[in-house]
Design a protein around this ligand. Structure first.
Ligand SMILES: [Zn+2]
Length: 425
């Protein structure tokens, strides 16, 4: 994930957030209180991530730090789980922190003192956040961290030196060798170093930054999510689906076959696993790049972006389709639209209710009984020739506009009925 973010909104600046029944509306500017368009500055926290290349000594120090963080995280997870099961007690961050202090005094765990204390504390904080999210019902129960997965360690500002050009972590003699592909302004509050399963090292600076929002415009667009085209918009734009999916698919299958044939626990198996991980990383990077360009364009050009929510999309999806690939791309696309909309003062509307977007003719409102997935275009009784995805996007636009105009509306059909009235005016 290239960005982590947290939004501080200022309600007095005309920023609104509301949740009409059945629809989710992301925050954004609808209108300034006076009705005039105003320029809003927003303070956001965002992360800038770079690849870096540790030297031999740094690699050893990082391995030790990652290992200790993982140990502390897993140890505290066990502690909190036991406390809950054995005593029906919820342990706080502070209690785990006190227990860690005693643990470090135990000579058997003296090696914990060899690494900087700050990332260990941060591991406890991360666990605490994981528990908070779990108690809020947002995530599953926290899991143990494994050595083979991504490793990370977070340094608070008292555990690194940053002079605007060079980053030196606590206990390290020399600064990290970072590949700078872009610059950031501001002072980093925390720094997270990580190593992924393809053995690549990354450093992520968490920075508070002021963003100047885009000027408001009157453009509205609805997007239909798909496989042949990742998106088709109500303006008739089709994104296509970049070739790298197909380009790397065969290669990936071949590598995975190779991996399966290697003996378990062998050196060759490790090598094969690394190859698979590297290709996965490459595909993920390409996809991320494609989605970033797509979402920033949608957000720049349009004041309002309307999409179906993923829950709805999954409901009507054909299971034979490349499910995993589609899920990741759609989920990430909506996530990017969501935070970019909030950054730049745009509105994202996610229609949460099912309505027959593909089967309904956008021109006359006639609804087909059936529309098999392989049918890409159809002729309506009214004479309109409908391209499947484009027609769906136009219907979505109508529903989204109704949501905007009326706020709370009831389910799909009523919204469509109202939208028909609106468009005939
Ligand atoms: Zn029609």
């Amino acid at each position: 994930m290239p960005y982590q973010f947290c939004i501080y909104t200022n309600q007095q600046n005309g920023l609104q957030s509301f949740h009409p029944k059945g629809y989710r509306l992301a925050y954004g500017i609808i209108a300034a209180p006076s009705g005039r368009a105003t320029q809003v500055h927003m303070i956001i926290r965002r992360a800038y991530r770079y690849r870096f290349y540790p030297n031999q000594q740094q690699r050893i120090q990082l391995a030790q730090t990652f290992g200790s963080c993982r140990f502390v995280y897993n140890w505290a997870l066990r502690l909190r789980t036991d406390a809950y099961y054995q005593h029906q007690k919820k342990m706080s961050y502070k209690e785990t922190s006190n227990q860690l202090t005693s643990l470090k005094k135990n000579p058997d765990f003296g090696w914990l003192k060899e690494v900087t204390a700050v990332p260990l504390q941060q591991a406890l904080r991360h666990l605490n956040t994981a528990f908070l999210n779990f108690f809020r019902g947002q995530t599953k129960y926290p899991k143990f961290k494994k050595k083979r997965n991504k490793q990370s360690a977070t340094y608070a500002s008292n555990a690194f030196k940053w002079d605007g050009e060079k980053l030196t972590l606590a206990k390290m003699k020399s600064p990290l060798k970072i590949r700078w592909h872009r610059h950031f302004r501001g002072i980093p509050t925390t720094v997270t170093v990580s190593k992924d399963s393809a053995n690549r090292y990354f450093v992520s600076f968490s920075v508070e930054e002021e963003i100047q929002q885009l000027h408001q415009n009157d453009e509205q667009v609805a997007i239909d999510l798909g496989i042949t085209d990742v998106i088709v918009t109500s303006k008739g734009f089709s994104s296509g689906n970049p070739k790298y999916y197909r380009k790397y698919e065969k290669k990936l299958a071949k590598l995975q076959k190779g991996l399966a044939r290697k003996e378990k626990g062998s050196k060759n198996r490790d090598k094969a696993r690394l190859k698979v991980a590297k290709l996965h990383a490459k595909i993920a990077d390409c996809r991320q790049d494609f989605l970033n360009k797509l979402t920033i364009q949608l957000i720049r050009e349009n004041q309002v972006v309307i999409t179906e929510s993923l829950a709805v999309k999954n409901m009507i999806k054909n299971h034979k389709l490349a499910k995993a690939i589609a899920d990741v791309a759609w989920g990430e696309l909506i996530r990017q639209l969501d935070y970019k909309a909030s950054w730049f003062g745009r509105i994202l509307i996610q229609v949460d209710r099912f309505f027959p977007s593909s089967k309904r003719c956008h021109a006359c409102g006639h609804i087909l009984d059936k529309l098999p997935l392989e049918i890409r275009e159809w002729d309506c009784v009214c004479g309109s020739h409908n391209l499947r995805d484009y027609n769906a996007a136009l219907n979505l636009l109508a529903v989204g506009r109704t949501v905007l105009a009326y706020g709370d509306t009831s389910v799909g059909d009523t919204a469509l009925a109202i939208s028909r009235q609106v468009s005939s005016k």
